[in-house]
Design a protein around this ligand. Sequence first.
Ligand code: GAL
Length: 814
Amino acid sequence: MWPGLIQKAKDGGLDVIETYVFWDIHEPVRGQAQVVVTWQYDFEGRKDLAAFVKAVADAGLYVHLRIGPYVCAEWNYGGFPLWLHFIPGIKFRTDNEAFKAEMQRFTTKVVDTMKGAGLYASQGGPIILSQIENEYGNIDSHYGAAGKAYMTWAAGMAVSLDTGVPWVMCQQDDAPDPIINTCNGFYCDQFTPNSATKPRLWTENWSGWFLSFGGAVPYRPVEDLAFAVARFYQRGGTFQNYYMYHGGTNFGRSTGGPFIATSYDYDAPIDEYGLVKQPKWGHLRDVHKAIKLCEPALIATDPSYSSLGQNTEAAVYKSGSACAAFLANIDGKSDKTVTFNGKTYNLPAWSVSILPDCKNVVLNTAQINSQVINSEMRYLQSSTETSDDSFVTPQLAVSGWSYAIEPVGITKDNSLTKPGLMEQINTTADASDFLWYSTSVTVKGDEPYLNGSQTNLLVNSLGHVLQVYINGKFAGSDQGSASSSLISFQEPVTFVPGKNKIDLLSATVGLSNYGAFFDLVGAGITGPVKLSGPSGALDLSSADWTYQVGLRGEDLHLYDPSEASPEWVSANAYPINQPLIWYKTKFTAPAGDDPVAIDFTGMGKGEAWVNGQSIGRYWPTNLAPQSGCVNSCNYRGAYSSSKCLKKCGQPSQTLCEGSNSYLLLNRYHMPRSFLQAGSNDLVLFEQFGGDPGKISFVIKQTGSVCAHVSEAHPAQIDSWFSPQQKMQRSGPALRLECPKAGQVISSIKFASFGTPSGACGSYSHGECSSSQALSVVQEACIGVSSCSVPVSSKNLGEPCSEVIKSLAVEAACS
Ligand code: GAL
């Protein structure tokens, strides 16, 4: 997907692609000491970093390489490989020799790999910046003097690698020269670097926020994001990066945690599936063009500021004949009318107007000229046909389902018995999400913790998910959440006379990635584990426990269809709603090139593999809280990650907008690049219980294309030329463009000029509405792939002269 994504970024007006480097994927196992230590790096396939950097260069863009190697990123363990934790005496991210040696070795390896391929700008390549560490300044106080020493060492170590391009440290106010300290946040207009010789760089402008299993879906209105971008350049910014511009999917077990969801859509301008998200992508593209029209002035001088009244600010970049101005209204409530250079300007609340010639407004961040695209997820009737809007849920499997039962408790030879409860991550080294804790008690019937045949079982765990089995039978489960992973399970369980087996399955859902000492947070059943009844209790915390790391099916590679296994049962009927079970089927990839997802409705929690590649964990039964969401979020005023949430009460991965609410369920991206022509294999491990017969394919397709443009908006940004060529003074226009090559506008579903309201898919006429609008728009748009309609009474008729009117259009492409 890289070239296509990079091209969409370029078309959106980006110049630089910023990427993290994930140590854990490039060095999954530690080098082994033979005669000398042999390090085992992996830069192949999807992990071919040099190929990615070259792909960016091929598109004519630059690269900011954020090596870290601690990266946070909602990535498992912040990007550190787990083996790092087991190096004797190691302490992460502090003045510790073992840690520094490993960090230096990996950083050097990455730099050498890039140098070897000639990829630094100093060598003629695209890399213009690199980052060492990540937001260490947010947490360094916890490490005291050793923290400062480590930070200083990291800076010196990076510089000594002699890349020929600058290094940055984000959120590190005391970054030593020549390292440039940079800003991360929703706004960085108030940020100044720690020396006047350093440029203002914004390494993470959060375009939305990440999603957790069990959390509502965060989104950030583009008017606010555009405001933040324009404010930054108004205040002397020189470089800003969206985090994320495209977040994509965290495949496999790569999500951080706990409880980070598989989708890393982030409400980014390019969505999880690689499609542009409108109007976000389009409006930001317009903002980028507007800022670039100011370029001669921006690069010639620093701005001078003046107030235009309360909560307003003008910044003027003037040098010789070049003059650019930014007029801001930072009032979160009131629109303002201001006078600037003798002219009057209307500034909507919480907006910036951009004037590349200090006279004409080419863009206001709150006025969106870009079109909206309503994408819909559609079920597939069979492997080749789409079902359009029929309410049939087709079965995905074409070959029926085979299944394999994952046994309860200890079944592997390499189990281990020890007194006491062991922390999970130290025990599994994250080789698997799963750890079995197994013990037994022998009862006669008169034990003080028994009440008849019942006892109350208490299991305290650091998280993240617990399942309890008594004598091989499921006896309950519990789970933590993103805000607290702790579990305190307390349920009555029933014992039989004689020996009773207690099997506890503890599962992690992504290891911690943020905060001081995040590596030591821990997981699993650390106790107490206790039986209690009316007249006494039995503490099992220091009893003998037997441990099994991972599932038997994992050892047998059941997820890999190329390895035949006798475990699989093929029968007409397969067990449903039963925990701990593997399922397998074959399917044909949906025809066409629309992005594909699996709808896991009907399943509980698990992991899915397509042709042996994990597409990540799924968890449709983990619902977002009922409250905290807003239907339509007011972009005015300061944004925070909990300000704009949607999909309350729904499964976390209900990411898609669509007119049919029945379609809004449980989408998990299955990249086309993982699929092959002909037969494909799908394997699921279901932990809680579900019915795989209910899961289905969906494809993401464009529904309607809409736009809503007011007479008060500036002209389309593409109609403005550079200040030198004299600004063109055309009026506002509504522009529509079919998203896919070869499509034309086939019908106009709605058009209204006057005071229409509503959103794409549900526009309605206002009191004032011109009778000519529909025919004018039909005439201009039908049968062509893109059209532009002037938004004026002259073109569309005059339904009400005293009012500022707008044109709203919904069109279909085919
Ligand atoms: C930042 C961090 C990123 C990412 C982001 C939240 O603090 O540098 O890696 O975790 O927060 O998405």
